[in-house]
Design a protein around this ligand. Structure first.
Ligand SMILES: O=C(O)CCC(=O)C(=O)O
Length: 282
């Protein structure tokens, strides 16, 4: 799947690009069922709200580990994600820096403070803000349900200083400095990133973003797949974060077929024979 020239220029101008309904209802249903299964796994890779509800489920793209998922692994390798990302990067040697499903449970899913992802990833030893995140909506994302907000074009403003983030369950250790943030948000009015389940949003690692509480009676599940060029893999740091947030597997990924999500129904771990249901959605 190739992006049109206006989509490419829109991405570089705004720091993000929305691709509506790229995954069909059948694929979304498989991924939702997997999310439900994974939220019950007891693991360091599953972060929880105070109530115990799953907040974030990490490392769903590998073939090993408690949160391994054949369906999510397939998703991360589908041409519908990999081709636009490699086109924007101008580099087809990419690996997955991390995967994270943010569940944002009905009524209780909490906020994500304003930040640039690179604000934290720099301290993981990443040299340049090159990673592109592909976010896939697993439910309809609405303002009531605590959708993401982006400050369009803020990736062009350079680094915003970050300070310790004390939001409950924060995995990004840092959130943006208030004074600088005020200037950025006054100049670059935030927009809600709403859409139907199956929508994909690509965004730059220096884009300022955040989200509010889920006030709705519905979960707002989204997966974030972060692709980093192999040439930009992190250098060693003194206190590395766990592999589930900063992957040590920097091997370039290979694409699978767009049909592969539907071929994995019931498959949750490596080595389990896939059950073929048919081709990908048209
Ligand atoms: O899922 C959200 O609403 C925000 C996620 C986010 O910004 C993050 O995890 O870095």
């Amino acid at each position: 799947m190739q992006l049109a020239p206006d989509q490419v220029s829109g991405y570089f101008r705004d720091g993000f690009l929305v691709l509506p309904a790229l995954y069909c209802a059948a694929e979304v249903a498989v991924l939702q069922a997997e999310t439900q299964r994974l939220s019950e796994v007891m693991s360091d890779c599953v972060k929880r709200e105070r109530s115990g509800a799953a907040r974030s489920i990490l490392r769903v793209h590998e073939t090993d580990g408690e949160t391994a998922s054949a369906a999510f692994r397939a998703l991360t390798r589908t041409p519908r994600l990999v081709q636009p990302v490699t086109q924007l990067l101008g580099d087809d040697q990419v690996y997955i820096f991390h995967t994270k499903i943010n569940v944002k449970a009905a009524f209780e899913g909490g906020i994500y403070s304003w930040h640039q992802d690179f604000g934290t990833w720099r301290s993981d030893g990443l040299r340049a803000p090159l990673p592109i995140t592909a976010m896939v909506m697993l439910d309809d994302a609405t303002e009531l349900a605590g959708c993401l907000y982006f400050a369009p074009g803020s990736h062009q403003d350079g680094d915003v200083a970050h300070e310790e983030d004390h939001a409950l369950g924060a995995l990004n250790r840092l959130s943006a400095d208030r004074r600088q943030l005020t200037r950025v948000l006054e100049a670059r009015r935030p927009v809600p990133i709403v859409g139907v389940a199956g929508t994909v949003v690509l965004f730059h690692s220096n884009l300022v973003h955040g989200s509010g509480h889920n006030m709705s009676p519905w979960d707002r599940r989204q997966i974030y797949v972060v692709y980093n060029p192999v040439a930009n893999k992190p250098s060693a740091v003194e206190s590395p974060r766990p592999d589930f947030v900063c992957s040590r597997n920097c091997m370039a990924i290979e694409m699978v077929s767009d049909a592969d999500i539907l071929s994995t129904v019931g498959g949750s771990t490596a080595g389990k024979a896939p059950l073929t249901l048919g081709a990908a959605c048209d």
